[in-house]
Design a protein around this ligand. Sequence first.
Ligand code: NAD
Ligand code: GLY
Length: 363
Amino acid sequence: MHIDVERVHIDLAERGYDILIGAGLLDRADTYRDLPAGASAVIVTNEIVAPLFAARLQAALANRFANVRLIVLPDGEAHKAWPTLNTIFDALLAAGCDRKTVLFALGGGVVGDMTGFAAACYMRGVPYVQVPTTLLAQVDSSVGGKTAINHPRGKNMIGVFNQPLRVVADLDTLDTLPQRELIAGLAEVIKYGPVADDGFLGWIEANLEALKARDKAALAHAIKRSCEIKAWVVARDERENDLRAILNFGHTFGHAIETGLGYGVWLHGEGVGCGMVMAADLSARLGLIDAAYAQRIRSVVERAGLPVVGPALGVSRYLELMRLDKKALAGEIRFVVIEAPGRAGLRRAPDALVAKVLEAHTG
Ligand code: NAD
Ligand code: GLY
């Protein structure tokens, strides 16, 4: 089946850029046509993704750059940390890369977040392109310029905002993605419904089986609509003064799970899925939405194959971890809650109420 190439623009004036979404984009020279032609391009990827796609991207970039080098990182969330970031700097310096070097982040959110951070720092900033190869990265992490590494005390605590030059989301790269990773990506797709577009939530509910079966047309629509919503939010609040926080629905609970268990035990999307169930219940307990809407969110998360019961870390440990969330102010946790179907906001909640939520959704 032929899938048209879709283009979603992130409207940030001189820092604006396009997200290209389509099948077979990775190999097409015109995907990269109007990027600045630097002396060298450096593909930053990992040990899983490199054998799958690096040679093809290298070949496509060879038309435009004199040198196309490769940096291969270890795989996994546990490596989203300083030592791995340093290996990028070591390799760039060893290769004599100059300020016109363009970095290409080829991989999932871990590679994308670290490459974007490295690009912001290397020689005080070089340009970079996102080439996301997981569903999660195509619908969320490659878009919007948030870059970071984890700290042992908290997820994504050290980082910068740094917008890419372009995002290239090739649907065909998802063919090799393990099913658990595809499902983790669905968590970030589902998120966009309750926070911004209740009609999209209905579409996801109706097309969940097609998405899980990797139907290309369904995936293309899910990625495009997710990117459109993200583009709308980022254009209004690039640096998360307020509105952009809605994209963190489920993340306060989810990040606590990821950090509490140790990075990589639960996938990021799994934490977000379970976190959305908790945040939806909190919204209902705060009287913002009906229990039935919270149940609807729980049901779509469960049908997607995501966990809906969190690990038994203990209420006080959850609260301790969540007080370190980046949305917390003066030690007070602020949760992304659903205020009405398709609309979200930030609220504080009494610890006792949060404890009830945790008791109801941890095992
Ligand atoms: P990931 O980068 O760890 O990728 C998941 C796994 O799939 C890895 O083992 C990877 O090597 C492998 N992989 C990647 N592409 C593949 C392919 N096409 N075929 C086979 N295997 C492939 O995880 P992720 O879910 O992509 O990203 C999660 C990360 O993204 C987290 O660190 C999270 O904090 C971050 N994130 C950032 C933002 C943001 O706005 N910057 C948003 C959401 C999530
Ligand atoms: N993933 C949340 C954000 O980009 O703001």
